[in-house]
Design a protein around this ligand. Sequence first.
Ligand SMILES: NC(=O)CC[C@H](N)C(=O)O
Length: 399
Amino acid sequence: MTAVLALEDGTVFHGRSIGARGNTTGEVVFNTAMTGYQEILTDPSYTKQIVTLTYPHIGNTGTNPEDLEAAMVFAAGLVIRDLPAMYSSWRASESLESFLERGKLVAIADIDTRKLTRILREKGALAGCIMTGEKADPDAAIHAARRFPGLKGMDLAKAVSTRRIYQWNEGTNWGAEIGPKPRPGQRLHVVAYDFGIKRNILRSLADKGCRMTVVPAQTPAQTVLDLAPDGIFLSNGPGDPAPCSYAIEAIQQFLRTDIPIYGICLGHQLLALASGATAIKMKFGHHGANHPVLDISSGKVLISSQNHGFAIDEASLGPNLRTTHRSLFDGSLQGIERTDRPAFGFQGHPEASPGPHDVRLGFGRFIKLMHERIDRLSQGRGRGNADNGAHDSRRAAEG
Ligand SMILES: NC(=O)CC[C@H](N)C(=O)O
């Protein structure tokens, strides 16, 4: 079946439908990762985004149930160059085509993705529409693309978040290879805000000996403090961070305590906003698995996985925030830490999935901060368990 992809600037591409039938609109972005199409499509941060994969052969290794980052497909659409006629992997249980149909994802192949990417690089991310079927009308598709309102100002975190609180204990199948190891007999309790959380973040924390309580995006701060967390995690997620006032207010309350806070991607942006900084929409964002990032304190370069269209404006950081990482592609802000609290954030993806593991060190830093706080509390009171700490935090939050 044929399909068309139209952009808001009037460009039309003709291709072949390889997924669900129908129409889809969203912001068209390009991702340069050579692997990980399944993780990308199920990453909730891609909500309302049509993903173009620049690697030309997509689908070679089929799909499997283990590589899902969430229970369903979240991307709004998929654009690729070539779908191989056959797939092959010892882990595969299904073809990409059948996965797309089952996931109700509209997708188009046989597109000149190099030309499309050049347009997006020059003009910035554009709204687009994919329409499938012989009757798909390019003018109607352009019109639909132009009606897409854009992601700026869109609060999507609360729309994709879990509706109920749940526990998570499952680790990765490769284990925690670097950084501090769990202390024998001590399990750290992390309350993780789900703004669109990827499973591999939960797995990475479980590898480090954490038990996780995952809470909905709009959970009030006091409900979280009542769970007596050793640390609070702020997840990745779709959309613009600025309208997520419920999260920003909760984080401001946590920042009155001494509980360690770690934010990834949207969570990092929300931590910065809660500290008084501002976010900007990037031209075409960062979406890939080979982005070099400078760790300012060590001078080391970390190769990172990235997926964001907003960034924190470094010029807006107040004295309570310090820059820890910068992108070596465009100099944009990649990492922050609070100067007065055990709280830090990273713009890229320490959990990879897909991508390199250089930035996994961030999980170790979070564990270290939680251990340090537990030690401080046990020294201060002559008693040593995390619950004592939670009582202290609660008092601090009230004061
Ligand atoms: N992966 C993410 O958490 C993305 C954060 C935010 N939605 C952005 O595009 O910048």
